[in-house]
Design a protein around this ligand. Structure first.
Ligand code: G16
Length: 548
């Protein structure tokens, strides 16, 4: 097959010219920004995915058009490597350079990537593309597909799917069906079959009730949950809200519920302690919440899911008589209460890595069973090949090992999958006979708060030690340390977001009032020392004057 790189340039010039001169950065989960500036980035990522597939011997690469938890005007792209992981770290800079090069240099730049990486341009290349339900996603998906076509790659479009579904399709195709069938039906079938086998006839057990409210964030998760419900045999009663009638993620969804620490818009009146679930716009994160009999909001976030899952899996592995290493991976956002519980009560090794599932996934690969969750609800469990073969061998004689095999099938190991994670939590709660009160009683969270600060250039903030220590601007960390030392059980850190143009502040302390005051004090330091824009500190739902 001969490839004329002029086509890459011609397509770009005619259909996807670069509209913005502002540099775009590969962030926490790919490129993200205002949709109107992303056509050229998408086209180029189609080109990149085609080259990446060739370098990986024609294995399928995934390209997901989504801005996930961001507001409706934003869009973005997530790239999926052959094993379902995020794009390999060493290719992030190749992606950034390709996204930023001028149109006139594009042809030469692509030629250089090909020669630097010794890519055989005549070899086959396969790219799967999917998108969320934003109104600009179809346009941007077409740009990705044209990027693939420009380099004579094969492109398969999946239309509107959740991000984890696309990860699933990529792995299913690359393992020739061993992980499942690379189709929407194949995905539902695998998860629903495992869930219903695990549930059996025991739809209710002890304090566990078989119904929940599902906030779909007006995103893809809502649509797909409705598809799940259609195919499930009443094994779970789900009331879906925020199905797509409002704007994606606006006053709803996992990010809103977690950060705002309040119920989403559109909540029906429910009995106190009813289990409620929120997912984000592309359904790769999930958090649980409920209101108690005093109408007080209570959150069960990614830390809670991680501890519930690790506890259950540890117990199962023990019952199977297997000796498998287990580790839990968190980020700096993990609540101090959860980390203490994991280390002292569960006695599971716990690691802290920088924000971004790509970092958590990588670390979790070091264990036989790696449980990783960000506090925002983004995470999953991965099992090593060694663990899988030992569990399979044990399943010949052990009922628990057989159960564990179904649990593995229920988990989408490729990346956080809100719906798969939710079905796993439902399975464990049912097994334990727990309601949300029992789950919440496992440990106490420290009050915590997140703020967003607008600054001129968020890159002036650099960090180290898994983002817990701020390196620049010089003096900021010392100032934070001084403030934190005045608060009982105080902890705070700052970091530039990799998905939004803001600096994030996290604070926790012994009481709610102290937490608020600590967060605001640190927020003001960021404004003063890192070039804050405007006098406000932004907390979802309200804007607070910085002068407290
Ligand atoms: C993405 C990443 C997550 C990360 C989140 C926030 O989530 O996949 O790992 O926690 O962004 O990142 P940051 O604080 O850097 O903005 P999503 O759900 O938006 O894809």
């Amino acid at each position: 097959m001969s490839i004329n790189l002029r086509t890459v340039y011609a397509f770009a010039r005619e259909m996807y010219p670069k509209k913005s001169t502002a540099p775009i950065q590969y962030g926490t989960a790919g490129f993200r920004g205002k949709a109107e500036f992303l056509d050229s980035v998408m086209y180029r990522m189609g080109v990149l995915a085609t080259l990446r597939s060739r370098i990986r011997g024609g294995a399928v690469i995934g390209v997901m058009v989504t801005a996930s938890h961001n507001p409706e005007p934003d869009n973005g792209v997530k790239l999926i490597d052959p094993k379902g992981e995020m794009l390999e770290a060493s290719w992030e800079s190749i992606a950034t350079d390709l996204a930023n090069v001028e149109d006139s240099e594009l042809e030469a730049h692509v030629a250089k990537i090909i020669s630097d990486n010794k890519i055989d341009v005549g070899s086959s290349s396969n790219v799967f593309v999917g998108m969320d339900n934003r109104y600009h996603s179809p346009r941007l998906l077409k740009a990705v597909a044209d990027g693939v076509i420009a380099l004579k790659g094969n492109v398969r479009e999946f239309g509107i799917v959740t991000t984890p579904m696309l990860h699933f399709f990529v792995v299913a195709a690359n393992t020739r069906g061993a992980y499942g069938q690379p189709t929407e039906e194949g995905y539902y079938r695998k998860l629903i079959t495992a869930f219903e086998i695990l549930r059996g006839d025991n739809l209710e057990n002890g304090n566990y009730r078989n119904k929940l409210v599902f906030d779909g964030a007006n995103g893809v998760g809502a649509r797909k949950m409705l598809q799940f419900i259609k195919r499930m045999h009443d094994s779970l009663q789900v009331d879906v809200i925020n199905k797509g009638d409002g704007k994606i993620n606006e006053n709803c969804g996992a990010d809103y519920v977690k950060v705002k620490q309040g119920v989403p818009i559109g909540m029906p009146i429910v009995e106190p302690y009813t289990r409620c679930v929120s997912v984000d716009g592309d359904a790769d994160r999930v958090v649980y919440f409920f209101t108690d009999d005093k109408n007080q909001f209570r959150l069960l976030d990614g830390d809670r899911i991680a501890t519930l899952v690790a506890d259950y899996l540890m117990d199962m592995v023990k019952r199977c008589g297997l000796d498998l290493s287990m580790g839990l991976v968190q980020t700096a956002y993990a609540n101090g209460g959860s980390t203490d519980y994991i280390s002292n009560t569960l006695q599971v090794p716990v690691a802290c890595v920088p924000t971004g599932v790509k970092h958590l996934h990588h670390k979790a690969l070091q264990y036989d069973i790696g449980v990783y969750f960000e506090a925002n609800g983004h995470g999953t469990v991965i099992f090593s090949e060694n663990a899988k073969s030992l569990i399979k061998a044990a399943s010949e004689t052990s009922v628990d090992a057989k159960t564990l095999l179904h649990v593995i099938d229920l988990i989408n190991e490729t990346v956080g999958d809100a719906i798969s994670d939710m079905l796993l939590v439902e399975t464990i709660l049912n097994h334990k006979g727990w309601d949300v009160k029992d789950w919440l009683a496992t440990y106490d969270d420290l009050p915590n708060l997140q703020l967003k600060i607008k600054v001129q250039d968020r890159n002036v903030i650099t960090t180290t030690d898994a983002e817990r220590v701020c390196v620049t601007p010089v003096g900021l960390q010392e100032a934070i340390d001084k403030v934190v030392s005045n608060y009982k059980r105080g902890r705070a850190f700052v970091r530039p977001s990799g998905t939004e143009d803001v600096v994030r502040v996290y604070a926790e302390a012994a009481t709610k009032d102290e937490t608020e005051s600590l967060a605001y004090e640190v927020g003001i330091l960021v404004q003063q020392l890192a070039g804050g824009v405007g006098p406000e500190l932004i907390h979802p739902g309200k804007t607070i004057s910085a002068h407290i």
